[in-house]
Design a protein around this ligand. Structure first.
Ligand code: HEM
Length: 489
C-alpha cells in the first residue's frame, strides 16, 4: 500500500485514538523496550487502563485497537465476521498449525462442527474417572509436602493437569506426576517464552530471528512437542486397527464403547470421524491434538493455582468452602461424579471469581474483517483488535471494589443485570472456549479434593504477587503455599 493510501485509509480514521507518539519503523511498541519481564504485565495493564476505553497502538504501520468495554467487546466477539485471530497468533503456527485455536473461515467452521460433539456431557462424564484418579495421585504428593514448610505447588498442579490432558486427549499415560523431569513440559514452557518474546518484538523479522540462538531453541522445542504427539497418533492408529478387527466380531453398543474399559480419548474420536483421512488427514489430527494439549493443560493449571493462591489468602472463604465440600463429598477424598460437582455451588463461585481476577487468557487478538464503528470512531477493516479480558474483569462499574476476592459476586442473585460481556474468561461468541465444561469439571475436582484434605496458607499477598503473561497469565514465582493436613490420607 502506498504511503498516501495508508495515511488516508488507515492512519487518518485512527488518528484521534492514537494517543502514544508514533515513530518510524517501531510505531508505538518501543514503549515496551527495556521493561523487565516481571514488570511487563503490570506495565501493559496500567497503560491500557490509562487510555481506556478505546485507543490505538501501532506495530510499525500496523494499527491495533485496545478494546476494554463489554459493549465494544460484544460488537466484535459476537459477530461471525470477526472470527479471524490477530497477527500475534502467527507466531503460534509452527507449533499449533491450523488447529481450532488458530484457524479461521470454512476450515475452522468445519472442524469446530466435527469436534464439538467430542465435548458432549456423556463423554465428559467418562473423563471424570481420569480426573478422580489423577487427583488421588496429586493428593498423595501434596500429603508428603504438608509438613508446615512452604513450597511451590505450581509444578505439581502442572504435572497433574498434564497427566489428565494426555490421557483424555490422547489416551496415553505420561506419568508427569511420578517422573520428576519431563521433556514435554520443559518444551511447552520453552516455546511459550520464545513465542511471547517474539510477539513483543514485532520489529524482529523472521530473517533476524532465524539468525538468533533463540531460533535453535525454538526448533528443539518444536521437535520435542511434535515428535511426542506424532508418535502417540501413530501408535493409537495401530491400536485402533487391531481393536477394530477384534471388535468387528463382538459388535459393542455405543454406551459400552464410552464405558470404562473402552473410554475414548479425543484422539480416538478424531480418528473415527476422520473417515480414513478423507475428512481429516493425519496432519489435521496432529494439529488439533497439539492444540488440545496446549489449551487443555496450561489454562487449567493457571486457574487452579490462582484459586489456591486466593483461598490461601482468605481463610474465612476457605472455611466456608470446606463446609460445602465436606457436606457434598462426605467421607470420600474427592468428588467422584458430575452430580457431586454440580452440588458444589460455592466452589463454582470461588473458581469464577478467581478467573475474574486472574483470567488464564488475559487478552485475545482478532483481525477485523469488516469496518466497524466504536464510540463514533470508524475502525477500518484489517485493523488488529486486542480484546482485554483482564481489564474488563476489573472494571469497577461491574465489580465494585474490583481487586477484592469476593466469590459472592457470582451467586445467581448478584449476577442479575450484569452485562454478559463483563465476564468472559472463556471468551464469548462463536469462538468461545470449546473446553470450558471440561475445565470447570477438572478444576472443581482438584480444588474440592485439596480443600477437603488440607488447610492452605499462601506465602505471598495479593498486593505483592508478580504476574507474568507468557501466553497464559501465571504467578511469576509459582504458587508458594503451606499445607496443613485435615486428616490422614
Ligand atoms: C480455565 C481453563 C480455560 C480457560 C480460561 C480457557 C480460555 C479460553 C479462551 C479465552 C479461548 C479463546 C482464545 C482466543 O480467542 O484466542 C479459548 C479457546 C479454546 N480453548 Fe480454552 N480455556 C480453558 C480450558 C480449555 C480446555 C481444558 C480445553 C481443551 C480440553 C480448551 C480448548 C480450547 C480450544 C480448542 C479453543 C479454541 C476454540 C475455537 O476457536 O474454536 N480450553 N479458551
Amino acid at each position: 500500500m502506498s504511503y498516501l493510501k495508508w495515511r488516508r485509509e488507515i492512519y487518518e480514521p485512527l488518528k484521534k485514538l492514537s494517543v502514544i507518539t508514533w515513530i518510524p519503523y517501531f510505531g508505538t511498541k518501543y514503549i515496551f523496550m527495556g521493561v523487565k519481564r516481571e514488570e511487563l504485565f503490570s506495565y501493559a495493564i496500567n497503560l491500557v487502563k490509562q487510555h481506556s476505553p478505546l485507543f490505538c497502538v501501532w506495530s510499525g504501520t500496523e494499527p491495533e485497537i485496545a478494546v476494554t468495554t463489554p459493549e465494544h467487546l460484544e460488537i466484535i466477539m459476537n459477530n461471525s465476521d470477526h472470527i479471524t485471530k490477530g497477527n500475534q497468533y502467527q507466531k503460534l503456527l509452527p507449533w499449533l498449525g491450523q488447529g481450532l485455536l488458530t484457524s479461521t473461515g470454512e476450515r475452522w467452521f468445519q472442524h469446530r462442527k466435527l469436534i464439538t460433539p467430542t465435548f458432549h456431557f456423556k463423554i465428559l462424564e467418562h473423563f471424570m474417572e481420569v480426573f478422580v484418579e489423577k487427583t488421588g495421585a496429586l493428593l498423595k504428593i501434596l500429603d508428603t509436602k504438608a509438613n508446615g514448610e512452604a513450597f511451590n505447588a505450581y509444578p505439581d498442579i502442572t504435572h497433574c493437569a498434564l497427566d489428565i490432558i494426555c490421557e483424555t486427549a490422547m489416551g496415553v499415560q505420561i506419568n508427569a506426576m511420578s517422573s520428576k523431569q519431563n521433556e514435554y513440559v520443559a518444551s511447552v514452557y520453552g516455546i511459550s517464552e520464545i513465542v511471547v518474546w517474539r510477539m513483543l518484538r514485532p520489529y524482529i523479522t523472521d530473517f533476524m530471528f532465524k539468525l538468533s540462538s533463540k531460533s535453535y531453541d525454538f526448533k528443539h522445542h518444536l521437535n520435542v512437542l511434535h515428535g511426542f504427539t506424532r508418535k502417540v497418533i501413530k501408535e493409537r492408529k495401530e491400536l485402533l486397527k487391531t481393536t477394530k478387527t477384534e471388535d468387528s466380531k463382538a459388535q459393542p453398543d455405543e454406551d459400552e464403547l464410552l464405558g470404562k474399559k473402552k473410554r475414548k480419548s479425543f484422539l480416538d474420536m478424531l480418528l473415527e470421524v476422520s473417515n480414513a483421512g478423507q475428512v481429516l488427514n493425519d496432519q489435521d489430527i496432529a494439529e488439533e491434538v497439539d492444540t488440545f494439549m496446549f489449551e487443555g493443560h496450561d489454562t487449567t493449571t493457571a486457574g487452579i493455582s490462582w484459586s489456591l493462591f486466593l483461598l490461601g489468602n482468605h481463610p474465612e472463604i476457605q472455611e466456608r468452602l470446606y463446609e460445602e465440600v465436606s457436606s457434598v463429598v462426605g467421607d470420600k477424598l474427592t468428588p467422584t461424579s458430575i452430580a457431586d460437582l454440580h452440588e458444589l455451588k460455592y466452589l463454582e463461585c470461588c473458581i469464577k471469581e478467581s478467573l475474574r481476577l486472574y483470567p488464564s487468557v488475559p487478552f485475545i487478538g482478532r483481525t477485523l474483517q469488516q469496518e466497524i464503528t466504536l464510540d463514533g470512531h470508524r475502525i477500518p477493516a484489517g485493523v488488529q483488535a486486542a480484546l482485554h479480558i483482564y481489564v474488563v474483569h476489573r472494571n469497577p462499574k461491574y465489580y465494585p471494589n474490583p481487586d477484592k476476592f469476593d466469590p459472592d459476586r457470582f451467586l445467581p442473585e448478584n449476577c442479575h443485570g450484569r452485562h454478559p460481556y463483563a465476564y468472559i474468561p472463556f471468551s464469548a461468541g462463536p469462538r468461545n472456549c470449546i473446553g470450558q465444561k471440561f475445565a470447570m469439571y477438572e478444576e472443581k475436582t482438584i480444588l474440592a479434593a485439596i480443600i477437603k484434605n488440607f488447610k492452605i496458607t499462601s506465602m505471598e499477598r495479593k498486593e505483592n504477587v508478580k504476574i507474568t503473561a507468557d501466553l497464559i497469565l501465571r504467578p511469576l514465582n509459582g504458587v508458594i503455599i503451606k499445607l496443613e493436613k485435615r486428616k490422614k490420607i
